[in-house]
Write a protein that binds this ligand. Structure first.
Ligand code: DQA
Length: 142
């Protein structure tokens, strides 16, 4: 399958930012792990991160044109207020899983709302970086 993992703002700072919340594994190591998993299982995977809302929207639209069959997205803080990202996700009929590393429901009230989740197939929250792998397994039917 052709798969896409999208990460929003500040996720490139994994291993640097708020380690008590997001852990000590850095972003490159996460990307390597996901790429290795996809290769091992015979899937084509692109992992993309941006701190810019428009770049993530462009990537979702590109996924439509290039025949991506499954999207994993951690929109970072855009989760809580980006209607533009919601609309981009809703525009494409591709299975989509929203992932949050931390348990957003245990944190500040503004994190309890996801405006992007209603445009996704499902959501994985609070299971750490493992959530990305679980999302890929769901999309590939593993
Ligand atoms: C996050 C949770 C968001 O509230 C936060 O803004 C992030 C990361 C998570 O993966 O737990 O940047 O999406």
């Amino acid at each position: 399958m052709k798969l896409l993992v999208l990460n929003g703002p500040n996720l490139n700072f994994l291993g640097i930012r708020e380690k008590g919340i997001y852990g000590t594994e850095n972003y490159d190591s996460l990307v390597e792990r996901l790429m290795a998993k996809a290769a091992r299982e015979g899937h084509e995977l692109e992992v993309f991160q941006s701190n810019y809302e428009g770049a993530l929207i462009d990537k979702i639209q590109e996924a439509y044109h290039t025949g991506v069959e499954g999207i994993v997205i951690n929109p970072g803080a855009f989760t809580h207020y980006s209607y533009a990202l919601h609309d981009a996700l809703a525009s494409v009929e591709i299975p989509k899983v929203e992932v949050h590393i931390s348990n957003v429901h245990k944190r500040e009230a503004f994190r309890h709302v996801s405006v992007t989740a209603p445009a996704c197939t499902g959501q994985i929250v609070g299971l750490g970086l493992k959530g990305y792998e679980m999302a890929l397994d769901f999309l590939t039917g593993k």
